[in-house]
Design a protein around this ligand. Structure first.
Ligand code: NAI
Length: 283
């Protein structure tokens, strides 16, 4: 199973980061989203990130031009015909992801591996939308993708060993560290992280302390690089809510109940950094 051409579905925060690291590792990358404007914005974001590396002396201007050429953009799902590996990074919603996988399964060649960057949803359920569940796997990158070393690799019920091995090797080629986990809601990362973030939101909701105080306690007291409310804004409050809902419905325990304040912010369109406002305001 040789993997040379990668297609990334969704040119949001995660999709652009994933496209960037594969391009830097000399893979051919197709960045796909629903609209031309979104993919262009995504490509622009990647170019800016390379530009910052040039400014810091971490990359030459010539290398930047070369690497950016490894990425092409598309708004046609038919581009899946040319991919050996497709990584999906659309919104954290099972209906949307299942629909995307069903369509990809029809279009992509038989050998193509279909991976999901889902933070919490069942790889087994996503795989069941296809006729190739043995070639479906979770490849969960962390945000920001170019910086974070971990890739949580999730085996679905039917994932073939060879597919796991290919994805593990690829992760190493990206200079990242693969960690194998099984398919349960939130896997390891978000089963542990998201209830902490949700509890921080409850702490704010119940008036225990201000948002700044909550973040400061966790930063200075627990040595976390950023406070949980700042981190929630960084992840996206819509994504946090989707993940909590997955944990809540998957485990059925009240300890996973999403905080009403989180729901209210998402309803108001305060999605965090990406929308300009969440717990904090961004310019
Ligand atoms: P985002 O909101 O920044 O981007 C989502 C993108 O998907 C948007 O560009 C949207 O146009 C596109 N999209 C929506 N429906 C689509 C469809 N049917 N076909 C193609 N594109 C479609 O979201 P973000 O943060 O990039 O998250 C994407 C995935 O990555 C989610 O599953 C999320 O749980 C996961 N993830 C997020 C992390 C984070 O910190 N934000 C960390 C790790 C994983």
């Amino acid at each position: 199973m040789e993997v040379n051409k990668i297609m990334v579905i969704g040119a949001g925060q995660m999709g652009t980061g994933i496209a960037q690291v594969f391009a830097e590792a000399e893979f051919d990358v197709i960045l796909y989203d629903l609209e031309e404007e979104i993919v262009k914005k995504g490509l622009n974001k990647i170019a800016k990130s390379f530009h910052r590396q040039v400014e810091k002396g971490k990359m030459t201007a010539a290398r930047k031009e070369e690497v950016i050429k490894n990425i092409s953009t598309s708004t046609l799902l038919q581009s899946a015909k040319n991919a050996d590996l497709i990584i999906e990074a659309v919104i954290e919603n099972i209906a949307v992801k299942s629909k995307v996988f069903k369509e990809l399964d029809k279009t992509a060649p038989e050998h193509t591996i279909l991976a999901s960057n889902t933070s919490s949803l069942s790889i087994t359920e996503i795989a069941s939308a296809t006729n190739r569940p043995e070639k479906v796997i979770g490849m969960h990158f962390m945000n920001p993708v170019p910086v974070m070393k971990l890739v949580e690799i999730i085996r679905g019920l039917e994932t073939a060993d060879i597919v796991y091995e290919v994805i593990e090797e690829l992760t190493k080629k990206l200079n990242k560290v693969p960690v194998e986990v099984n398919d349960y809601p939130g896997f390891v990362s978000n089963r542990i992280l998201m209830p902490m973030i949700n509890e921080a939101i409850y702490t704010l909701f119940e008036g225990v302390a201000t948002k700044e105080a909550i973040d400061e306690v966790m930063k200075l007291g627990m040595n976390h690089p950023m406070g949980p409310l700042t981190l929630a804004d960084f992840i996206g409050l819509d994504t946090c809510l989707y993940i909590m809902e997955t944990l809540h419905s998957g485990f059925g325990d009240d300890k996973y109940r999403p905080c009403p304040l989180l729901r209210k912010y998402v309803k108001a369109g305060r999605l965090g950094r990406k929308s300009g406002r969440g717990f904090y305001t961004y310019t």
